[in-house]
Design a binder for this molecule. Structure first.
Ligand SMILES: C[S@@+](CC[C@H](N)C(=O)[O-])C[C@H]1O[C@@H](n2cnc3c(N)ncnc32)[C@H](O)[C@@H]1O
Length: 290
């Protein structure tokens, strides 16, 4: 009796997929991703760095068209990244979009000495010669002569507390065309809400929102971003507010992109002043109204 031929296995043949293909863009430096510890020394990707990279890539997708818009008009581009940390954002922007555009410069602003020293060292080793790093606060960076008078793009990714507000001030002083912010928690507004809580109870029923500390903190954080948007609109920026990536990636996930139009929103200042008054926040007028 003839033996039946073995049936072909139902299982699909294993297809090799290179895990790096999903993270590497054409021409991208593997060395950079290793140095940023996004890839391990033997070129593997870990979960934490995958998350960080996803967030930074997503942000890059918003920033790339702004870079193109500036470089379509002029040969030079100055980009400042505030609260740069390890400068993931600056390095990846430079590597993907700026290394072959000789007029483009990035300045990373960061207060932690060791991070600034590491970024300088890495930029030197990679030959990213149009990147520089200032060991200073955002507020001081606005005043220093070491930086140009004009910046085209200002970014601040999770710059702590009021450093995002200082980045807005920097951008306004430097007449930035585009401002890209992913704010961190801002504690200042919530602290002032809390300070005037008793006065607010008699003034507005909304003050129930700041009866409990957790509500005060969250409301203060949201309100801060509302005030920032109005501030930018009062200065002639068109503002869009979206979610950066899914909430599973970060709780600090609000993306504010502002582009200068030269036409301030007519009622923005008045709305801002009215909110400050209604919430007993007038002592913060110098922060948001100047
Ligand atoms: C949460 S980390 C974010 C780092 C980086 N942007 C990122 O997303 O990976 C915030 C960084 O801002 C820096 N920082 C905080 N306040 C600052 C200030 N006023 N001026 C400059 N840097 C500041 C901190 O040292 C820290 O490295």
């Amino acid at each position: 009796m003839k033996r039946a031929a073995p049936k072909p296995s139902a299982a699909k043949p294993a297809v090799y997929t290179d895990p790096l293909a999903e993270v590497l863009r054409p021409g991208q430096s593997v060395e950079l991703l290793k140095e940023l510890h996004i890839l391990t020394r033997d070129g593997k990707l870990n979960q934490d760095s995958r998350r960080k990279l996803k967030q930074v890539y997503h942000l890059c997708n918003f920033i790339a068209p702004l870079i193109d818009e500036v470089l379509d008009r002029q040969d030079t581009l100055q980009l400042a990244d505030h609260g740069a940390g390890k400068s993931y954002l600056g390095f990846i922007l430079y590597d993907l979009y700026l290394k072959d555009r000789p007029g483009a410069h990035i300045a990373g602003i960061e207060t932690r000495d060791e991070l600034v020293a590491k970024s300088r060292d890495l930029a030197t080793r990679l030959g990213f010669e149009r990147m520089r790093f200032l060991n200073t606060t955002v507020a001081e960076a606005t005043r220093t002569d070491a930086l140009p008078d004009r910046f085209d793009i200002v970014t601040a990714l999770h710059a702590c507390n009021t450093a995002t507000d200082d980045a807005i001030r920097f951008a306004l002083a430097k007449q930035a065309r585009h401002i890209v912010l992913v704010p961190c928690c801002q504690a200042e507004v919530a602290a002032v809400l809390r300070k005037h809580k008793n006065a607010s109870f008699g003034k507005t029923p909304l003050s129930e929102i700041w009866r409990h500390p957790i509500h005060t903190r969250e409301f203060g954080s949201q309100l801060t971003n509302v005030l920032r948007c109005l501030q930018l609109e009062a200065h002639g920026y068109q503002v869009s507010v979206t979610e950066l990536v899914g909430w599973e990636h970060s709780l600090k996930n609000e993306l504010i992109v502002a582009s200068q139009t030269g036409q301030p929103r007519g009622d923005a200042r008045a709305r801002l002043a009215a909110i400050l008054d209604a919430c007993n926040l007038t002592e913060l007028a110098p922060r948001f109204l100047e």
